[in-house]
Design a protein around this ligand. Structure first.
Ligand code: FES
Length: 164
């Protein structure tokens, strides 16, 4: 007999589905929120000391290209960026490190030993050994890492790298 508390089978299914839906929302929602917040919490993870290798292995005065990758989590997406720097050993305890990114439109420059210049293949720019502009459109020298951005620990050269 139908009373005021009678719930039809249809309503019961609706109610159960709604209840299950909110429980699932809560269960799924928690980790999802954590995941979205996580990158913000990791903001300080954008900078790191990158080991470039034992300083004694570099030849003094001759630029050597060292590449490394950094991965970034942006919301749901993980991207891996690769970077390159030239290490120019100045002494047994000192080095100059230059970005290999051209300051014109960010192409990668190459060191040409016979010309003693970095050449940008995109618009024929030339940079000197220490990154100074020798010709072409770049507005400024290659980006340099020196002073507090570098350290030598147990013979290994480290670069303090901040991802842009
Ligand atoms: S990007 Fe290097 S000269 Fe234009």
């Amino acid at each position: 007999m139908a009373g005021s508390h009678h719930i039809s089978r249809r309503d019961f299914v609706k109610l159960t589905t709604a209840a299950l839906g909110s429980i699932m929302g809560a269960v799924i929602g928690l980790p999802a929120i954590g995941y979205l917040i996580d990158p913000a919490l990791k903001a300080s993870g954008k900078d790191a000391w990158i080991p470039l290798g034992p300083l004694e292995k570099f030849e003094a005065g001759k630029p050597a290209l060292v590449t490394f990758t950094r991965s970034k989590i942006n919301g749901w997406e993980k991207t891996v960026n690769s970077y390159g720097v030239f290490v120019i050993k100045k002494s047994d305890s000192e080095a100059l490190v230059l970005s290999n990114k051209c300051t014109h439109l960010s192409c990668r420059v190459n060191w040409l030993e016979e010309r003693q210049e970095y050449i940008c293949p995109c618009h024929d720019a030339a940079f000197g050994l220490n990154g100074e502009v020798l010709g072409g459109p770049p507005p400024r020298p290659l980006d340099r890492y020196e002073g507090e951005q570098l350290k030598v620990e147990e013979g290994t050269l480290y670069l303090h790298f901040v991802e842009g």
